[in-house]
Design a protein around this ligand. Structure first.
Ligand SMILES: C[S@@+](CC[C@H](N)C(=O)[O-])C[C@H]1O[C@@H](n2cnc3c(N)ncnc32)[C@H](O)[C@@H]1O
Length: 193
């Protein structure tokens, strides 16, 4: 299935970005604040304006990568954070990425892809992580509808997609979500088998 690059690009050009918090979210900040190794290779897929990458960079994490299909979103990020290494800003489709990371941070990316791609998402996440490395972040917890993005999801569904590749360390309601997402997010910590 083709990614609707035009839809995402136009959303950023026309500033129709209801998902954009304008700052790093509390759950992702909390994950980052618990990291000690500043050399970790970290990926933020579907990073958009990439406030999380900006936060990481400002806190000394030098191997953060962002990937997004929207050039406008990535340019916004590069302008805000001009010293961030350009080679770590990947303008390409997440599903075509072939690299390895120590940690991948998920936020409002899974919910952005069409549900038919969810199996591929889990497999691609698995291929980007070596055994023992982690996928962490937040996934939405509201019923799946035909219309999206965002497309909803549930704990049961996530267990189904991820257990073939990951040990589920945490999959629980987030109690530190941004107020706009309160009670709608699950905090996740999955370890690659
Ligand atoms: C709902 S937005 C979330 C952006 C960001 N994570 C945030 O919290 O603001 C989804 C993002 O995923 C990007 N995207 C969608 N499909 C993609 C794909 N297949 N590969 C890379 N990026 C993709 C879009 O361009 C958009 O920036």
């Amino acid at each position: 299935m083709e990614t609707d690059v035009k839809f995402w690009e136009e959303s950023y050009i026309n500033k129709k970005t209801g998902w954009d918090l304008g700052t790093i979210s509390p759950p992702i900040m909390s994950i980052i604040n618990q990291l000690n190794d500043k050399n970790l290779h970290i990926l933020i897929p579907g990073a958009g304006n990439a406030y999380e990458a900006e936060y990481l960079f400002k806190h000394g994490f030098c191997n953060t990568y962002v990937v997004d299909v929207s050039e406008t979103a990535l340019n916004n990020f590069a302008k805000r954070c001009p010293d961030f290494p350009k080679k770590q800003i990947l303008h390409q489709d997440f599903f075509e990425l072939k690299m390895k990371f120590d940690l991948i941070l998920e936020q409002t990316f899974f919910c952005a892809i069409p549900p038919a791609q969810r199996t591929n998402y889990a497999a691609q996440m698995a291929s980007l992580l070596s055994s023992g490395n982690k996928l962490q972040g937040v996934l939405f917890d509201f019923p799946l509808t035909e219309n999206g993005p965002p497309y909803g999801g549930s704990k049961e569904e996530y267990i189904r997609y991820f257990t073939p590749y990951f040990k589920i360390n945490q999959l629980k309601k987030s109690d530190i979500s941004h107020p706009l997402r309160a009670n709608k997010e699950l905090f996740i910590k999955f370890t690659r088998l």
